[in-house]
Design a binder for this molecule. Structure first.
Ligand SMILES: Cc1cc2nc3c(=O)[nH]c(=O)nc-3n(C[C@H](O)[C@H](O)[C@H](O)COP(=O)(O)OP(=O)(O)OC[C@H]3O[C@@H](n4cnc5c(N)ncnc54)[C@H](O)[C@@H]3O)c2cc1C
Length: 330
């Protein structure tokens, strides 16, 4: 492998039912910054069926070139067709780096592509930077979040990473940006398609994505019990917000893991984050400190959550939730 032959930062654009997912725009935003640092280009790989009309929006969000692979085989995500398409792009175009969202889909696709392309993959990154030699430095929590490991892919290309949704920033779309849209044809080896998608069933939990919520009402051990969560639900409904929680409440079985905020949960960045009865452990704060406005309620005035809060209220969370809901309803 001659590393000099490999150029460009390629971003896998995840779309579901034709809707481009936020994580793809976050990856594009970061790829743009890295490419500017390296004096290189950003390539968006848009795979699907009847999705070409989305290409221009990707240029506005940072891509220099959009590689559109439009094929009926790609209408719904299954591993093999998507892997074949990306591996052909790798073989043909020789990307230096490739970023994929660490979503359910990306966590399936990334490893398969990297194995087939005989390169490495750093999974579930929380930070992507450029090293002294222009190499990609990919940082991810290791050993259950007790250690941050920075990993480089020295001898193989592309340097691949899956990145957690919500940790990088999309750039403000600039409609004046110009770029190229290229239609790319893939020759599928259908003999290798071993899985046929018969039906897609949506689970309720799939509909909840706390990373997309503009307002989050989050509860911790200080909320106490189910009654506390019911009160939080009421406040959330008044505010048209989503409910989320600390790991303590997830572990206690009050709420599902899909609503956990923090290092081993989701990284969120809402406009407004309420932390009710959450102490502010480092593993929790890591998942919410980038929120625009943080309002924390805790009965302990020395609770660490107040160090990241914009507004801190020392008091009983349950009483404050009740009063706040009543006042907002009025
Ligand atoms: C490897 C690892 C990964 C982890 N990942 C995560 C993660 O992703 N997310 C996460 O959240 N945690 C995570 N944790 C756990 C984390 O360290 C904390 O244990 C957890 O966040 C504590 O949850 P809590 O704040 O709800 O509870 P506590 O720390 O018990 O805090 C409860 C708070 O409520 C306050 N309180 C009590 N009663 C009231 C009341 N009536 N009104 C107002 N305030 C009240 C108390 O003063 C206290 O500050 C992880 C830990 C490890 C080791």
């Amino acid at each position: 492998m001659n590393l000099e032959d490999y150029k460009g930062i390629y971003v896998f654009i995840e779309q579901r039912e034709g809707v481009i997912q936020n994580v793809a725009l976050e990856l594009l935003g970061q790829a743009r910054k890295l490419a500017d640092e390296l004096n290189d280009k950003v390539y968006a790989m848009l795979l699907g069926h009847n999705i070409a009309d989305q290409a221009q929006s990707l240029i506005a969000s940072g891509a220099d070139e959009v590689i559109v692979v439009d094929a009926p085989e790609l209408a719904e995500y299954t591993t093999e067709p998507y892997t074949q398409a990306i591996c052909q792009i790798i073989e043909d175009r020789k990307p230096e780096s490739m970023l994929i969202g660490a979503t359910t889909l990306g966590r399936d696709l990334g490893p398969r592509v990297s194995a087939r392309a005989a390169t490495g993959l750093t999974a579930d990154c929380t930070k992507i930077e450029i090293g002294k030699k222009g190499e990609l430095l990919m940082t991810r929590p290791a050993f259950g979040g007790n250690l941050m490991a920075t990993i480089a892919c020295k001898n193989h290309r592309p340097q691949m990473g899956t990145v957690r949704p919500g940790v990088l920033f999309a750039m403000d779309a600039d409609e004046n940006r110009t770029g190229e849209v290229v239609n790319y044809e893939v020759k599928f080896n259908t003999a290798k398609f071993k899985v046929k998608l018969l039906e897609t069933v949506k689970k309720d939990t799939d509909l909840i994505d706390i990373t997309e919520a503009r307002i989050l009402v989050s509860g911790g051990r200080g909320i106490g019990n189910e009654e506390g969560f019911k009160a939080m639900d009421g406040l959330a409904q008044t505010l048209e917000a989503e409910v989320s929680a600390s790991r303590a409440m997830v572990d206690a079985g009050y709420i599902g893991h899909e609503r956990q905020v923090g290092q081993t949960g989701k990284t969120v960045r809402p406009d407004l984050y309420f932390a009710f009865g959450i102490s502010g452990a480092i593993q929790h704060v890591a998942g919410m400190e980038e929120s625009d406005l943080i309002i924390a309620v805790n009965k302990d005035k020395d609770a660490p959550i107040f160090q990241v809060a914009d507004l801190g209220i020392v008091g009983d969370a349950k009483q404050i939730i009740k009063k706040l809901t009543e006042r907002l309803e009025k």
